[in-house]
Design a protein around this ligand. Structure first.
Ligand SMILES: O=P(O)(O)OC[C@H]1O[C@H](OP(=O)(O)OP(=O)(O)O)[C@H](O)[C@@H]1O
Ligand SMILES: O=c1cc[nH]c(=O)[nH]1
Length: 178
């Protein structure tokens, strides 16, 4: 790791944040009966899988888990090469369910706007709630997260990256200075 990088959350810190967020989701929704978890590719789906596991440990229920690729819904889709990060895979109905949308980092909010449009094309959920591991500020749209692992004040030219191992388990979150 270079001197321009700083670890914001290590494995244990991520684990604690995921556990806390899971409890907050279960508290707010009075359990997991009507929930579905949708992760945004490519890292949000790994975090959604982790939340699903944690919910099973705490509550015993199996929450449906899907993934959304937002590439074609992005507002900059016409401005460069389009590189889908994976497929949208939601093999269940969203109607009348509470969707927990999951992503690694929220910054401008544009990815979340795209994800909400993608989901609304698929069904009509009762609600969409947003869980992120890191909120780094600098929103450009009126969007906020309902569940946040860590708020990290950042400069616009910095970058925050979540690293995963080969089994898609989160390893650490780093702030990278230019
Ligand atoms: O709020 P925003 O300004 O839209 O930024 C947040 C998005 O940026 C990152 O994805 P990125 O586009 O870097 O792709 P990645 O998931 O492959 O890292 C992150 O995972 C979020 O999806
Ligand atoms: O710092 C940032 C900004 C957008 N997306 C990220 O993953 N990190």
């Amino acid at each position: 790791m270079g001197s321009k990088e700083k670890v914001i959350l290590d494995k244990q810190g991520i684990d604690r944040a995921v556990t806390r967020i899971t409890h907050e989701i279960l508290e707010k929704n009075k359990g997991c009966d009507d929930l579905v978890l949708i992760g945004i590719r490519s890292g949000g789906d790994h975090l959604a899988a982790l939340l699903r596991e944690r919910m099973k440990e705490i509550e015993g229920g199996q929450v449906p888990h899907g993934a959304v690729d937002v590439t074609m819904y992005r507002d900059d889709v016409g401005q460069g090469a389009v590189r889908p990060l994976g497929k949208t895979e939601i093999p269940f109905a969203l109607d009348n369910r509470h969707v927990i949308l999951v992503d690694e980092v929220i910054y401008t909010g544009r990815t979340i706007r795209a994800a909400m449009d993608a989901l609304m094309d698929i069904g009509r959920p009762s609600s969409i709630q947003l869980a992120v591991l890191v909120d780094r500020g600098h929103r450009e749209l009126p969007i906020r997260a309902d569940y946040v692992g860590r708020n990290v004040p950042s400069a616009r030219d910095e970058n925050i990256q979540v690293f995963f191992d080969e089994a898609h388990q989160p390893l650490e979150v780093r702030l990278i200075k230019p």
